[in-house]
Design a protein around this ligand. Structure first.
Ligand SMILES: C[S@@+](CC[C@H](N)C(=O)[O-])C[C@H]1O[C@@H](n2cnc3c(N)ncnc32)[C@H](O)[C@@H]1O
Length: 219
């Protein structure tokens, strides 16, 4: 019962895409690797393979029509230096994590993005209003202990899809699926039937293939 309610909440938050886009479908990708220097937090995960080679990752992303890459504010300068010209940076304000720090607490996560679909000038401005900033807090206190570190909430996923101008008919490769939340959100967004058993779970629930005790927030 709780599962069904969580799925309903998640799907409702993501919402469906507004309509089929004119023109050709886009190949889109989203990469949510561990923050550079923090891959060790995922030791024991099935897909753990040490530090992610961001140079190779960005080369892979560049083959898509549109892509987005989440990283940490601390790593942003280094990661940006590896990116092709024309990338943009969006900000997810997710709130701070309670931790001792001599410096201001980090409360946001950058999303580097490139390409995608621009607004259709023939549609009214209000219908296509997109923002490069999302304020949507997540509280570690409200998540299960076995939640995947860095699992993305439904509101983030919807914002991400809009950032790239995604439409039904496009494809999205979720390169670091973790809990599978982004893929589930994509299925809801494009209104396709979701055959996976994980569709019954919320982002805050452990997936059978990727469940690590929550240890703060670093991804
Ligand atoms: C930030 S999490 C992804 C969270 C996901 N977006 C979600 O919503 O649940 C990063 C994922 O990358 C995996 N991972 C860790 N090191 C990796 C590596 N070297 N190559 C590929 N995946 C790795 C982790 O196990 C984890 O599942």
């Amino acid at each position: 019962m709780r599962c069904r309610q969580a799925r309903h909440r998640f799907t409702r938050t993501v919402g469906a895409a507004p309509g089929v886009a004119a023109g050709h479908p886009l190949r889109l990708a989203y990469a949510d690797p561990p923050y550079p220097g923090n891959a060790r937090l995922y030791r024991g995960h099935r897909d753990y393979a040490g530090e992610v080679d961001h140079t190779a990752l960005i080369a892979t992303l560049a083959s898509y029509d549109g892509w987005a890459l989440s990283t940490s504010a601390a790593a942003l300068p280094t990661v940006l230096a590896l990116c092709p010209p024309g990338v943009r940076v969006a900000a997810w304000h997710r709130g701070e994590r309670p931790t001792a720090s001599r410096w201001p607490l980090n409360a946001w996560e950058p999303v580097i993005y490139h390409g995608g679909r621009p607004n259709d000038p023939s549609r009214p401005t209000g219908a296509t209003r997109r923002l490069d900033s999302l304020i949507h807090g997540v509280s570690p206190m409200t998540t299960l202990p076995s939640r995947v570190i860095g699992a993305k909430p439904a509101a983030f996923c919807r914002w991400l899809f809009d950032l790239l101008g995604a439409q039904p008919g496009d494809s999205l490769d979720d390169l670091f699926p973790g809990s599978g939340a982004v893929t589930r959100a994509w299925t809801a967004f494009t209104n396709a039937p979701d055959p996976s058993p994980q569709a019954l779970t919320d982002t805050s629930r452990p997936s059978p293939r990727d469940a690590t005790p929550h240890r703060g927030d670093a991804t």
